[in-house]
Design a protein around this ligand. Sequence first.
Ligand code: 3PG
Length: 394
Amino acid sequence: SDLIAAGKVAGKRVFIRADLNVPQDDDGKITEDTRIRASLPAIQMALDAGAAVMVTSHLGRPTEGEFKPEDSLAPVAERMAELLGRPVPLKSDWVDAVSVAPGELVLLENCRVNKGEKKCNEELSKKLAALCDIFVNDAFGTAHRAEATTYGIAKYAKIACAGPLLAAEIDAITKALANPRRPLVAIVAGSKVSTKLTILQSLADKVDGLIVGGGIANTFMLAAGLNIGKSLAEPDLVDQAKAVIEAMKARGAEVPIPEDVVTAKTFAAGATASVKAATDVADDDLILDIGPKTAAKLAEKLMAAGTIVWNGPVGVFEFPAFAQGTETIARAVAESLAFSIAGGGDTLAAIAKYGIEKDVGYISTGGGAFLEVLEGKTLPAFEILSKRASTVIL
Ligand code: 3PG
């Protein structure tokens, strides 16, 4: 908006890096379009200001230099066209030149197919910068990656700035953690401790309650000396889990360990679910959800919280018999008067499933990027913009 107010956008070539990496089903149909919707304000602002607008994103993790039909942003172009009510032409082989007139919008094919994108190749970065007068990074979900379209282009573009989504995301998450209304309760769940260990360690210094779920909770149950049968867990990380519990205890804070669980003998939607005390798990059991007592106690903690940070479902909520825990947590987040902040693909899917979008204070479009901001890390794609003289916001 600073650039628009300064009249610097009209007639200019604006290159917007968005994160349009949306989930698709086996037929390539988009199953969740939050990221596409979230990208529209920047695009619309640039179009309204009379710019020639180029937008790109990655989709998935394609092999560089080998474009396959499933890598195409075509479904995204179609969805974006529906939402904007205007055609969104999709351009391939666009690195050397893009033809686009002021007031027009084009979507540039999956940028991760370009050779050198992931490793932030200098030559590619310079070529990308030469395509535009103004580079706008609005891809919060990819801001933890230093790639050619998120980092390299920002070094060489004549003007480089943050888009409204990138700026709003970083602002919302850092403000919520800088001076939170207490108690501050975090829910960190998901399959692996290893992918979320640093966030668990970093939150252990800040939060009043740390709710763990999924495979992460199983590793914490092991740390508490409980049998978890055949459940998904990382025994190698038990010592780290113990250290998190101890660090929290030392501050008078807690990591509640499930007291009951829902188990099955096989990992399947139709498997028979049994509710058991956490001390009664058999050697051939798989823990697929937290039990009703645990869910009710956690819900109470969430109802009493001042701020809630939520990343990850606490059970296999895709299977109805193992969804109760995640639904109870989702409803408590929604009903609590706490300011809540949620992020991550599975969390967004749970929020959509239980229809609580309007009851969550802030829904982030980031997965890995969301976690890194929570950890207090500076995202490289944002840092490079700050280093440039023109750190204005579109
Ligand atoms: C995400 O979905 O978290 C982002 O789009 C980043 O994707 P990546 O992990 O493939 O870099």
